[in-house]
Design a protein around this ligand. Structure first.
Ligand code: PRP
Ligand code: URA
Length: 209
């Protein structure tokens, strides 16, 4: 079964509390999503393989380590996942970026696909899927299925808030995918929104409501 990491770092919890606040405006919301993604990425990349290198310092040779040429790709689920991209690229600027477009049908809450473009060599890359909200888990599970159909083999999911229902659905659908979330909330409401959550992440990032 997939490893699940729920973050308890004080900086992440602090930023998440402001993010959830209904009084937080678009500008600050966008910055916070990026900052939280940045902090989470630090942990999500913990298992990147290292290689030994000899570095000439001004004082002599240092037997040091650098990240081995493992190739990364980040794939935000549109729209809200876009808000997390910069925070991750700050730490891994060489990563390639794919995009998967999915929206939830408002009546059924089922994901509807409208876009998919990923790096041609996705099968050789470690892939981090980004989406702040894991509600029913349908969008994340479908996005990961699409990536596997394109050849991706090594996939992680990084979200900000998960509902227990979504976490279980994603684990069941993709037991090989490690999951990183900043918070595990209480439940979904009748409209499949996360409670207490933060509302509609896409609308809050882009100011569309
Ligand atoms: C939101 C969110 C996830 C999805 C989560 O996107 O960003 O992609 O819902 O719900 P699920 O786990 O039940 O599938 P939405 O469909 O609102 O699209 P948007 O990002 O374009 O606003
Ligand atoms: N999508 C969101 O943006 N928020 C939720 O609570 C659920 C799905």
């Amino acid at each position: 079964m997939a490893n699940v990491t729920i973050f308890d770092h004080p900086l992440i919890q602090h930023k998440l509390a402001i993010l959830r606040d209904v009084k937080t405006g678009t500008n600050q919301f966008r910055s916070l999503i990026s900052e939280i993604a940045n902090l989470m990425c630090y942990e999500a990349t913990r298992d990147l393989p290292l290689e030994n290198v000899d570095v000439q310092t001004p004082m002599g040779i240092c037997h040091a380590k650098m990240v081995k040429g493992r190739k990364l790709a980040v794939v935000p689920i549109l729209r809200a996942g876009l808000g997390m991209v910069d925070g991750v690229l700050n730490l891994v600027p060489a990563a390639k970026v794919g995009h998967i477009g999915l929206y939830r049908d408002p009546e059924t809450a089922q994901p509807v696909e409208y876009y998919c473009k990923v790096p041609a060599d996705i099968d050789e890359r470690e892939v981090i899927v980004l989406d702040p909200m894991l509600a029913t888990g349908g969008s994340a599970a479908d996005a990961i299925t699409m990536l596997k159909e394109k050849g991706a083999k090594c996939i992680k999911f990084m979200g900000i808030i998960a509902a227990p229902e979504g976490l279980k659905a994603l684990q069941d659908a993709h037991p090989d995918v490690d999951i990183y979330c900043a918070a595990l909330d209480d439940c979904l409401n009748d409209h499949k929104y996360i409670i207490p959550g933060l509302g509609d992440a896409g609308d809050r990032i882009f100011g569309t409501k």
